[in-house]
Design a protein. Structure first.
Length: 169
């Protein structure tokens, strides 16, 4: 199925950034339609839990200056028939979450590209919480009594509470 939309300059830059990333990661060329399809499929499981009101404010970085032609602002996507209903679903989800009367396909594309770029750029960030809970998981996998496991969990919960109360998280 062919889909032609009008997108913002920033969206065209994000599309180029993702295209470059996917090509480096997979060592094959991607069309813009394949980039859009992959971005949709990569984030699809997160859509219902995503706070779409925050998406446009998420910090992403585009380190490179892409030469965006006027034609790139009206891209023609060749997408499979199973992606079209996902785009329609995404538009409805965003519309309900942000309280808009209507969400264009171009806006939905901007939201999903921004989400996938944010996820890619922040997936390697290590947080205090992740370190503590990963360590707890390793300890509780060992053969130890249920009482010891509960004590460790209570300890971790107490540490997390104290860190949060003291604004250390």
């Amino acid at each position: 199925m062919k889909l032609q939309v009008r997108i913002a300059y920033e969206t065209a830059e994000m599309l180029e950034l993702l295209k470059e990333h996917y090509q480096e990661q997979n060592e094959i060329n991607f069309s813009k339609g394949e980039v859009l399809s992959k971005a949709i499929l990569d984030t699809y499981d997160m859509w219902k839990e995503t706070d779409w009101n925050r998406i446009l404010g998420l910090p992403i970085t585009i380190d490179k200056n892409y030469e965006i032609s006027s034609g790139a602002l009206r891209p023609k996507f060749q997408i499979s028939v199973n992606i079209e209903p996902k785009i329609t679903e995404l538009k409805k989800i965003i519309q309900q979450n942000v309280g808009a009367k209507y969400v264009t396909i171009g806006a939905a594309i901007k939201f999903v590209l921004r989400l996938v770029i944010y996820e890619l750029q922040n997936k390697n960030n290590v947080s205090t919480e992740s370190v503590i809970f990963d360590t707890l998981d390793k300890f509780t996998q060992n053969n130890m009594s249920t009482e010891t496991k509960e004590t460790l969990k209570n300890f971790v919960n107490e540490v997390m509470t104290k860190l949060e109360v003291n604004d250390l998280l």
